[in-house]
Design a binder for this molecule. Structure first.
Ligand code: FDA
Ligand code: NAD
Length: 437
């Protein structure tokens, strides 16, 4: 048996949530050697959204590289370099995968057989990508078929972009990864084709009117879009490198690089049978406590109560990863001191940046949607948005091309849920409706 390392607090997973949790532990007061973070990745926590944006910038001088984008720079905070953890006496145990967990005995076991013991655990294992090999798609293990989740994935993609200069890229999936990586590949001068089964891109969030704008914007950038079909197989050359993407409708697309973004799934398998689950995630209360005392779950893996909507949800976006981590640490500390803490009261916030575009969304995209303002894909700085109205109240708002003040206004209106008398009037007022609050 290996030596057992014991810590008062442990975080399993070293992504966005882990980094923000570490900062919050420090703010709340931490003694050296009380906290350890165990991460499968070989680098300190960083702002994951950079991987599909600045990291893929073709200009070597402008491309984002570590240590630039360690947390917490993505939300305007200080950058926590590996030395910061050292100075604080926080053990950053990198390149270490936890493969076995016994929550009742409060132990974690790594792939190398190391044993860790904790008093309080935060689960922050995030998500993993869904792979086409999971569905046994023929040839899906060919070389140059990429996924994008971790730094290592991004490095492989960047390497291949250099090798296949001016080549053809096929992007599978029309969600977040699909849209962001298609834009990045085009900026890298690839001939880009997107393929997705849905009738329009990003149906999770976009209405047909919103999607129509982005699709024509992409087409104007020279990106080809094939909707309503999926890839059913891949051809490879003698070196095992992908050469063609076979579509269900019979077409074959030439490809030097394929990037797949067909969704993610939360990494909960380690805890199966040991924790209550809900909606595919680990069930927590409004303090991110799981069904096991002393065990918390945050970020992508947590299914938590959203007070605003009186239901439980899982959120796979960075803002929630940051805020849930901070809230869990506050809850852990409040538990120790007996202080009062409010339950998490989250307003969902998602964003994306592609080409020169940038959008933000707040609230809930349910009920009736109402599209407003200029949607000309050729206008130099497009600005348009959407409200969602449920039971006569604004419950969500989306804005493309907003200024910081305008984005604040749509956030506010999504939180306040003002009643809407007349939809035609709201459409006419557009953004100025939100700016009134
Ligand atoms: P996260 O995935 O960040 O971290 C989990 C960590 O746990 C990883 O380091 C992993 O290796 C480690 N781990 C897992 N299992 C382990 C084990 N058994 N042992 C040890 N370590 C283990 N959101 C948004 O709002 N706007 C955006 O623009 C983007 N952009 C974006 C781009 C790309 C490429 C991705 C992949 C994702 C985004 N997101 C996003 C989503 C956002 O990044 C995501 O919601 C957060 O990173 C979730 O934070 P977590 O800490 O929960 O998981
Ligand atoms: P997603 O759920 O956003 O999109 C998946 C897409 O793949 C959907 O359009 C879906 O219809 C399509 N699809 C499903 N099966 C398919 C198939 N067999 N062939 C072709 N298309 C198929 O997931 P994603 O884009 O892979 O993103 C992964 C994770 O990363 C998510 O958690 C996401 O929230 C996160 N992320 C977020 C951002 C952001 O917030 N800006 C950016 C990048 C990634």
């Amino acid at each position: 048996l290996g030596m057992v390392k014991s810590f008062k607090y442990m975080i399993v997973g070293g992504g966005v949530a882990a980094g923000y949790a570490a900062r919050e532990f420090d703010r709340q007061g931490l003694k050296p050697e009380q906290l350890a973070i165990i991460s499968k990745e070989s680098v300190a926590p960083y702002e994951r959204p950079t991987l599909s944006k600045g990291y893929l910038n073709p200009n070597p001088k402008a491309a984002a590289r570590l240590p630039e984008f360690h947390v917490c720079v993505g939300s305007g905070g200080d950058r926590l370099l590996p030395d910061w953890y050292k100075e604080k006496g926080i053990q950053l145990i990198l390149g270490t995968e936890i493969v076995k967990v016994n929550l009742a005995l409060k132990t974690l076991v790594s792939a190398a057989g190391e044993i860790f013991k904790f008093q309080t655990l935060i689960i922050a294992t995030g998500s993993t990508v869904i792979r086409l090999t999971d569905f046994k798609v023929e040839g899906a293990d060919a070389k140059n078929i990429f996924y994008l989740r971790e730094l290592e994935d991004a490095d492989k993609l960047v390497e291949s972009i250099k090798m296949k200069k001016y080549g053809k890229a096929v992007i599978i999936g029309g969600g977040y990864i699909g849209l962001e990586v298609a834009a990045a590949m085009r900026i890298n001068d690839f001939d880009v084709t997107m393929v997705y089964p849905d009738p329009w891109c990003m149906p999770r969030l976009f209405t047909p009117a919103m999607a129509a704008f982005y699709e024509s914007y992409y087409e104007n950038k020279g990106i080809k879009i094939i909707k309503g079909t999926v890839s059913v197989g891949f051809n490879a050359n003698a070196n095992g490198e992908v050469k063609g993407v076979k579509l269900k409708d019979g077409r074959v697309l030439e490809a030097d690089i394929v990037v797949v973004g067909v969704g993610a799934r939360p990494l909960t398998a380690l805890f199966k049978g040991q924790l209550e689950e809900d909606k595919g995630g680990i069930k927590t209360d409004g303090f991110f406590k799981t069904s096991m005392p002393g065990v918390y779950a945050v970020g992508d893996v947590a299914t938590f109560p959203i007070k605003l909507y009186n239901e439980t949800r899982r959120v796979e976006h960075v803002d929630h990863a940051r805020k849930s981590a901070e809230h869990a640490v506050k809850a852990i500390k409040a538990n120790e001191t007996g202080e009062e803490l409010e339950e998490y009261d989250y307003l969902p916030y998602f964003y994306s940046r592609i080409f020169e575009l940038s959008w933000q969304f707040y609230g809930d995209n349910v009920g009736e949607s109402l599209y407003f303002r200029d949607n000309n894909p050729l206008s130099p700085k497009p600005k348009f948005g959407s409200y969602w109205i449920k039971d006569g109240k604004v419950v969500g708002a989306f804005l493309e091309g907003g200024t910081p003040e305008e984005n604040k206004a749509i956030a506010k209106v999504s939180r306040l849920n003002p009643p809407v008398g007349n939809l035609d009037q709201l459409k006419k007022e557009g953004l100025s409706f939100a700016s009134k609050f």
